[in-house]
Design a protein around this ligand. Structure first.
Ligand code: SAH
Length: 224
């Protein structure tokens, strides 16, 4: 949940935020819950101070440690594809700035997020606290191993591109669950929706379009 204090009157970024929401709508984002999450989540708290004036541009921005906060439109497409209803337990791999974590928290019940870079994990935790988000947990570690303590997950979102779905993530996906991941090589990937069909271990894959994410680095990803 996002506190009203930061998103209500007196929030100097409110105008920029509603313009971002309009830009997302103009580009075809229709899911009202997703648009509401963008309207209520203070992106400026998740970007480096010097970039705050650009916090609500529909653009990827550097967040330090060679990583980027993804473009809002890309994140919105991701979130639409997950089709969250408000009560799910979600696993996110690649916390980064924590912004997408906050969006997920507005759309789901509980969010468990794994980040391998200590400085980013710490900063994200701090920004989530500042934003008043209370349903996120951040773990420092290799996300290609998942986070087995809270499995299974109704949805898994991988925010970095890898060659293959890491087997631990497939194993931690609940029956009927959805996993989104950019699949490909280090330079270019195809955003892929992976669904665990009803009762069995079968995974159904649907390509959703081209993507360009930072590499997923870990035991079941690329070498560092
Ligand atoms: N969605 C994020 C941006 C994620 S960028 C945001 O809104 O800011 C991708 C992140 O994945 C980076 O922070 C990178 O450090 C992290 N990452 C890469 N490989 C990882 C792994 N194996 N486990 C956890 N995090 C990983």
């Amino acid at each position: 949940m996002v506190s009203r204090r930061l998103t209500g009157r007196g929030d100097t970024f409110a105008g920029y935020r509603s313009r971002l929401v309009e830009a997302l709508r103009a580009r075809g984002i229709r899911d009202l819950a997703v648009l509401k999450a963008f309207a209520e989540t203070p992106r400026h708290l998740f970007v480096p101070e010097a970039l705050r004036p650009r916090a609500y541009d529909d653009a990827a921005l550097p967040i330090g440690n060679g990583q980027t906060i993804s473009q809002p439109f890309t994140q919105a497409r991701y979130l639409e594809a997950l089709g969250l209803r408000g009560s799910e337990r979600v696993l996110e791999i690649g916390t980064g700035s924590g912004y997408q974590t906050a969006l997920l928290c507005a759309l789901a019940g509980q969010v468990f997020s794994v980040e391998r870079v200590r400085a980013l994990a710490l900063r994200a935790q701090q920004a989530l606290r500042q934003a008043g988000v209370t349903n996120a947990s951040v773990l420092l570690g290799d996300g290609t191993l998942g986070w087995s303590d809270y499995a299974p997950y109704h949805a898994i979102l991988v925010a970095a591109g890898g060659p293959e779905v890491p087997p631990p993530l497939a194993a931690q996906l609940a029956p009927g669950g959805r996993l989104l991941m950019p699949l490909g090589d280090r330079g270019a990937q195809i955003l892929t929706l992976v669904e665990r069909t009803g009762d069995g271990a079968d995974l159904r894959r649907t390509p959703l379009g081209d993507a360009r994410f930072v590499p997923l680095v870990g035991e079941h990803g690329f070498d560092a």
